[in-house]
Structures are given as structure tokens and as C-alpha cells.
Write a protein that binds this ligand. Sequence first.
Ligand code: PLP
Length: 411
Amino acid sequence: MPRSRLFYFVVDCVIGAAAMSEPLMATYNRLPVTFARGEGVWLWDQDGKRYLDALSGIAVCGLGHAHPAVRDAICEQAGRLVHTSNLYGIAEQERLGALLTQLAGMDRVFFANSGAEANEAAIKLARMYAHRRGLDNPAILVAENSFHGRTLATLSATGNRKVQAGFEPLVQGFVRVPYNDVDAIETAAANRPNIVAILIEPIQGEGGIQVPADDYLPRLRAICDREGWLLIDDEIQTGLGRTGRLFAHQHTGAEPDVITLAKGLGNGVPIGACLARGTAAEVLAPGSHGSTFGGNPLACRVARTVLETIVSQHLTENAARLGDDLLGALRSALGQTRGVTSIRGRGLMIGIELDRPCGDLMRQGLDAGLLINVTSERVVRLLPPLIMEQPEADQLVRTLADLIQGFLGNA
Ligand SMILES: *Cc1c(COP(=O)(O)O)cnc(C)c1O
């Protein structure tokens, strides 16, 4: 074997061995930190360094980390009953279902284990609803730059080619329109007789914290009423107090027929929910949908505790008030900064858009002891815990303003 071939053979062996010893599939671009514990809005890494959490594990840990009520609910329920099966009655599922439907103004709920699964239930529900009405080949309207999950149906609904690329053939039956554009929906209504529903985020999260016009959802509601379509709100990111109302659609008065929830519902214990009202609530019948884990006693007990805590501790109101303060403080700290093109959001769902890609800010944030996210390449996304208080919010603004100004070279 020539020496160069031998050299590359050895290199291949070393790379191969390294790859073989890596147990996790390469699905994530992970930041170079591993957390060991958390408390409230704080996380500590394995070396004992402390970080202010302004992301909540992507809108999941609204009650922060190691919340005593959540800890107690997990421990007590684990000592009593974790799982039986949906073959049997589940008291905790019924209790959570009663509370959640009442708070959401919905009639019925199906419990799943994630956001994507909640949306799968909503998509199946919409298709079944269409077939019941004799509509073959039904289609669901979805938005550009939307995010609905990574199962085959939900990635097909998602308006982001990066999420879909390589997984073709996609699931059919989705029609895409620009977000915050009612005319595009009117055009689709006029030209496509097979539409049965609109699946929409009240505020786009992954799409860069895009807040639509105040009358967008009410106008979608009116079109759905006129056309006999279902309005399906994907509140997986916006729900559970995040935007300063328990559900983001409550800012608008436009009541959806179906709501999907997940992220903030279990404070980290996996659970998703698909809620429906009216005829939409009667579509799924025995045998038409199900889940082994969905709605098990542990997840439901924890979610009920999360809901009760959000309500009793007035965390939705805190998100509204603190969110307003944060938005104001960020605007005065960064509003005049060259390179900052927009500061927007609602409640504790805030985006700061820059004029350039800024993914490196996540790593720079780590160095500064601050956890933030960048989505849509140039939007710094903040989703702090709903329990955050003023001093921590002040610290967040100071640290983030320095970071962004340094990054943009305006320091
Ligand atoms: C996160 C998210 C999902 C997907 O939830 P998973 O639990 O990751 O499956 C769907 N829709 C929206 C709006 C989300 O933010």
C-alpha cells in the first residue's frame, strides 16, 4: 500500500472509531454546556457556573426549574400510579380535562405526549371532519414560516424548507399562504373548494416572533364561519400564559374551534393536548385515534399542578406586566442601536431582530451567563420563565444589551 493510502486508511479508522463511540444521533447542534441543576430562573452547569435562563427550555419551564409544587406532584404521583392505559378510566386525566377545557372555553380534549402529536390529532380531526361532510381530498391552509412539528404530517404543514428537505414525499393536503395576509386566504377560498380548516400560530414562534395585525385572527374567524372551515390555533408555544393571556387568541376575541397545546403544559414532563369545541369536539370516536402514553396519570397530575399554579400565582398577569416592562426596557436600551431592526413581542415572548445572522450570540450569551435563543437566523428570541421578577429582568436587559451592542460593533 502506498504511504499516502496508508495514511488515509489510518485516518479513516480513527474517524470511524470516533464516530462509533458517539452514541447519540447527530440531530442537534448543541451548545458547549451541560447543566447539572436548576432553581427558579437559574441553571448551574457541571462546573458550578450560574446562568440566567431567558429561554425556559423553549417555552417549557414557565414555572422555572425545580418548582416545589411540580416536584411534589411528580413525587407523590410516582409513589401512587404512573401509568395504567387508556383501556381504563384515568381519574387524573378527567380532572385535568375538566380544568383545561373550562379554562380554554373548549368542550373536549385529547391528550398526547408532545406538540407534534397534538397537531397530528388536530390534522386527523380536520380530515375526519371533512370526510364526514362528504368532502374528499380535504386541504388545510397553513402559513409561510410556520412551525408545527417534525412528524411527517406536521413537517409537511410547517412552512420551512429546512424542516422538510430530504423527507419527501411530503404529506399532501396542505395549502400554503403568506402569514398575516387575509387577501391570500380569500384567494384560496375562492379558488379551492376542498379547504376544510386553517392551522395557524396566533404569534409565530420559530418563524421569528411574528405578531400579526390585531384584526388578523378575527378576520380568519369570520372567513371560517362563512366557509364552514375549522379554525385551528397552534398555541403550543403561545399558550399557558406565555403572551400575557392564558391563551394568545384571547388577545383578539377570535375563538378557535381547535387549540393545540404542549410546551408549557407539563413544565418539562412531556404532555400535549388537542382541545375542541362544538361539532369539532364530536369528530374523533372510539378507534379513530389514540396513544399508549397520552394522558397518563403522572403527566396529567403534573399538568394540573402547573395550571393551578399559573392561575393561583397570577403568573399570566406577571407575564403581561413584566413583558411590557421588558419590551420597554429593551426598546430604550437597543431601539437606537444601528443593526437592530425591530423589537417586538407580547408578554414574555419577545424577539429582537438584527440586520444580520446572529446565531453566535447564543454562545456569547453562555460566556456572559445568559441563556437566549436565535431563531430565523437573525432574531434573538426571549422566552423567560413566567415566574421571573423585576431584578432578574433588569439583569437580563443589561446583559443582553451589552451582548448585542458588542456583537454589532456599537459598544
Ligand atoms: C414546539 C412547537 C411545536 C412542536 O412541538 P414538539 O413538542 O417539539 O413536537 C409545534 N408548534 C409550535 C408552534 C411549536 O412552537
